[in-house]
Design a protein around this ligand. Structure first.
Ligand code: ASP
Length: 334
C-alpha cells in the first residue's frame, strides 16, 4: 500500500475517533403532551390539576426509564402514550370523545426518525391501545395506515388487547357530547359541528443513539361525523419524525393541521430555510396556523436535544424530562 494512502487512512481514523469522543453520548430526552385547548386556570380545581400532573409525570418517567436503560426513542414514545391512553383524563384510549352517533372512533400514529418508517390506524373502535396497533402496522405490515374494520381486525389478528366498545364510555365525555348536541339543536342547525375537546396525547423522544421518534393518539373531536379522520394518523399533519430535522406530535383542530401539513411544515422549514426547530415551530403555530383559522399546538425535539412545546391556545397539557434532570410539567400558558 502506498505510504500516502496509509497516512490518509490513519488521518481518517483519528478524525472519526476524535469527533466521536468530543461529542460524547447523546443526552436523551422525552417530551409529552396531553392536548391543547381552552384550558383555563379559573376553571380547573386543584384536585384536577394534581390528577393531570401526576398522570403526566407517570408517563414521562416511564418513557424516561426506557431511554435511561438504553431503549430506543420509539419504545419510549410508545410506552409513555400507553399510560396516557389508559387514563380517562385524556382524549385518547379510555377517555376518548364521542362522535355524533355516540360512538368512539380512535386514531393513532407513530414514526421512527431513524428510518422514517411509520404506522397509523384511523377509526378503530375496539382496540384498547391504538398506539400499539399503529406500531404494529409499522413493524408487521408493508402499509402505513389502516382504517376502520380492517384496522380493528388486524389488531385482533396479531393478538392486541381487544375491548368492548363500552370500555371507552366515560361520563364526562358523554356529557360533553350531550351538551354539544343540545347547543346544536338550539341553533336549529343541521350542521354537525365538531368541537375541540383538549386531551389528545403525544410524545417525542431522543435516545442515546441520536435517534428521534414521534407518536400521537386521540379520540378526535367531540361530536365529529361518523367516519371522520383527523390529523393525528395523517403522517406529516399530526405526526412526523425524521432524524435530519425533527420529531413532532400535534394537537388541535385537525382539519387545519391536515390542510397546513403542520408537522411536516415545521420539518420542511428547518430543512429548506435552515432555521431552528423553535423558529420553525413559532412561525407555524403562532403565525401561519392562526391566520389560517387553526388552533392548537405541537411538541417537538431534534437530534441535538432541542425541545419545543408551542401552542396558540389558552393552555396545553405538557411536560418534558432531560437526561439527569427532574420532570417539568405545565398546563397553562404561564
Ligand atoms: N387533533 C385532533 C383531531 O383533530 C384533536 C385534538 O388534538 O384535540 O382529531
Amino acid at each position: 500500500m502506498p505510504f500516502r494512502t496509509l497516512i490518509a487512512i490513519f488521518a481518517m481514523i483519528f478524525l472519526a475517533f476524535n469527533s466521536c469522543s468530543r461529542r460524547g453520548p447523546v443526552p436523551f430526552a422525552i417530551v409529552i403532551h396531553g392536548g391543547a385547548g381552552t384550558i383555563l386556570r379559573e376553571k380547573m380545581t386543584s384536585e384536577m390539576e394534581t390528577a393531570y400532573k401526576v398522570k403526566m409525570e407517570e408517563a414521562i418517567l416511564a418513557g424516561y426509564r426506557i431511554l435511561d436503560s438504553g431503549g430506543t426513542a420509539i419504545e419510549a414514545v410508545k410506552t409513555s402514550i400507553i399510560i396516557l391512553e389508559n387514563s380517562p383524563l385524556f382524549n385518547a384510549g379510555k377517555g376518548a370523545v364521542f362522535n355524533h352517533e355516540g360512538k368512539n372512533e380512535l386514531d393513532a400514529a407513530i414514526m421512527d426518525g431513524s428510518n422514517r418508517k411509520a404506522g397509523a390506524v384511523a377509526g378503530v373502535t375496539v382496540v384498547k391501545n391504538p398506539i400499539l396497533a399503529a406500531y404494529s402496522v409499522m413493524t408487521q405490515t408493508p402499509h402505513v395506515l389502516l382504517s376502520g374494520k380492517g384496522a380493528d381486525e388486524f389488531a385482533k389478528s396479531i393478538g392486541l388487547e381487544i375491548v368492548d366498545p363500552s370500555y371507552f364510555y366515560t361520563e364526562a365525555r358523554y356529557k360533553s357530547l350531550m351538551e354539544e348536541l343540545s347547543r346544536e339543536a338550539k341553533k336549529n342547525s343541521l350542521d354537525k359541528n365538531p368541537n375541540n375537546s383538549s386531551g389528545t396525547v403525544g410524545a417525542v423522544a431522543l435516545d442515546r443513539y441520536g435517534n428521534i421518534a414521534a407518536g400521537t393518539s386521540t379520540g378526535g373531536m367531540n361530536n365529529k361525523r361518523y367516519g371522520r379522520i383527523g390529523d393525528t394518523p395523517v403522517i406529516g399533519a399530526g405526526t412526523y419524525a425524521d432524524n435530519n430535522t425533527c420529531a413532532i406530535s400535534a394537537t388541535g383542530h385537525g382539519e387545519f393541521f391536515i390542510r397546513k401539513v403542520v408537522a411536516y411544515d415545521i420539518a420542511a422549514k428547518m430543512k429548506y430555510l435552515k432555521i431552528s426547530l423553535q423558529e420553525a415551530a413559532t412561525q407555524v403555530i403562532m403565525d401561519e396556523l392562526p391566520s389560517f383559522g387553526g388552533n392548537g399546538g405541537v411538541i417537538g425535539i431534534d437530534t441535538q436535544g432541542n425541545m419545543i412545546m408551542e401552542f396558540n391556545t389558552a393552555g396545553m397539557y405538557r411536560g418534558y424530562m432531560k437526561q439527569g434532570e427532574h420532570p417539568r410539567i405545565f398546563i397553562f400558558r404561564d
